[in-house]
Design a protein around this ligand. Structure first.
Ligand code: PBG
Length: 332
């Protein structure tokens, strides 16, 4: 036997059998890696399918509580709540965001009543589900989203959610300085243990369309969100955003959308070593389902491959509308 006749290393050797592949697997995905985003709507006993997200519905508060119980049963550790505010409660300034009896707060309480502390409740902080113009903040006469004025309002929104029982406040607005302002307010208002998961690197993305349908802001949105959400061409800037949010007091950070930004996740994990979450957003969900419907994609294999890629890149977890589907697959 000469060296020349054989490969020095046969990497295929460990791949030959299932048991061996299982033994050598570097990354493990479980239901506990998943966060399930849920859309809340008014009424009781209501389920409204979201047209652009086949398989996803908006649920009234009672239904949200049932979905949360389902999450606990599936081993999913956290749900993320998004309200579809009735049109008559939307306004220029989004005041409904700090109504202690708004849809969001009622959903938080219903989940807590149903599940106690068996589940984490993550709530989105941004004004878009509450404004009549669909922007995430307060706008001036030209439609420009004002930074500091918006931060002041987001603080009230965050404290309102924490007071209702939210465990994780997730600012998705991309205003400068909002994490520090929210952290300080949570400390001062008696919520020192409420976490902040900052949407730190949130891109101005074409993947959010179905979400805007789901929360009813799509048709209202004037212009775009490019003056606050990031340019998809930028990676260094994402690291600066993440560094700032960590310094301002974020417990964990998020990169959004997901699969197109794996490099950002990887770089951030290498550089900061903090918990990072990816949001596999509505457009990503819709494209998988469209592929399945067109007969060009196989849901289970495609989904597992995409989700494990987030773990491999360094994520602690993934927000995904496929959470219950994925959990059922993972739980066997
Ligand atoms: C609100 C918000 C958005 C998403 C999460 N929070 C939409 C946006 O910024 O326009 C998108 C989520 C998704 O597409 O699944 N600021």
């Amino acid at each position: 036997m000469t060296d020349a006749a054989y490969p020095a290393t046969r990497l295929r050797r460990t791949r030959a059998h299932r048991w061996s592949r299982a033994m050598h697997r570097e990354t493990v995905l479980t239901a506990e890696d998943l966060i399930w985003p849920l859309f809340v709507t008014s009424g009781a006993g209501v389920e409204e399918p979201v047209g652009s997200l086949p398989g996803v519905s908006r649920w009234s508060v009672d239904g949200i509580a049932k979905r949360a119980k389902e999450a606990v049963d599936l081993g999913i550790p956290c749900v993320a709540l998004f309200p579809n505010t009735p049109a008559e409660k939307r306004s220029e300034k989004g005041d409904e965001a700090f109504n202690p009896d708004n849809l969001m707060c009622r959903a938080i309480k219903a989940v807590r009543d149903a599940c106690g502390n068996d589940i984490g409740i993550l709530t989105d902080v941004a004004l878009d589900p509450y404004t009549s113009h669909g922007q995430d903040g307060l706008v001036d006469a030209e439609g420009y989203v004002l930074n500091d004025e918006t931060v002041a309002v987001l603080v009230d929104q965050a404290v309102n959610q924490a007071a209702a029982g939210a465990d994780i406040i997730a600012p998705s607005d991309m205003m400068d300085g909002r994490v520090k302002a929210i952290r300080m307010a949570l400390e001062m208002e008696g919520h020192p243990n409420v976490q902040i998961m900052a949407y730190s690197a949130k891109y101005a993305s074409a993947f959010y369309g179905p979400f805007r349908d789901a929360v009813g802001s799509g048709g209202l949105l004037k212009g775009d969100k490019k003056s606050y959400q990031m340019d998809p061409a930028n990676g260094d800037e994402a690291l600066r955003e993440i560094a700032l949010d960590i310094a301002e007091g974020a417990d964990s950070v998020m990169v959004k959308p997901g699969l197109a930004y794996l490099d950002v996740i990887w770089r951030a994990k290498q550089q900061f070593g903090v918990p990072i979450f990816a949001y596999q957003v509505s457009g990503e969900y819709a494209l998988i389902e469209a592929g399945v419907a067109a007969g060009v994609a196989e849901r289970e294999a495609l989904l597992m491959e995409k989700l494990v890629a987030f773990k491999r890149a360094g994520c602690s977890g993934i927000l995904t509308y496929h959470a219950p589907v994925a959990a059922r697959i993972l739980n066997g």
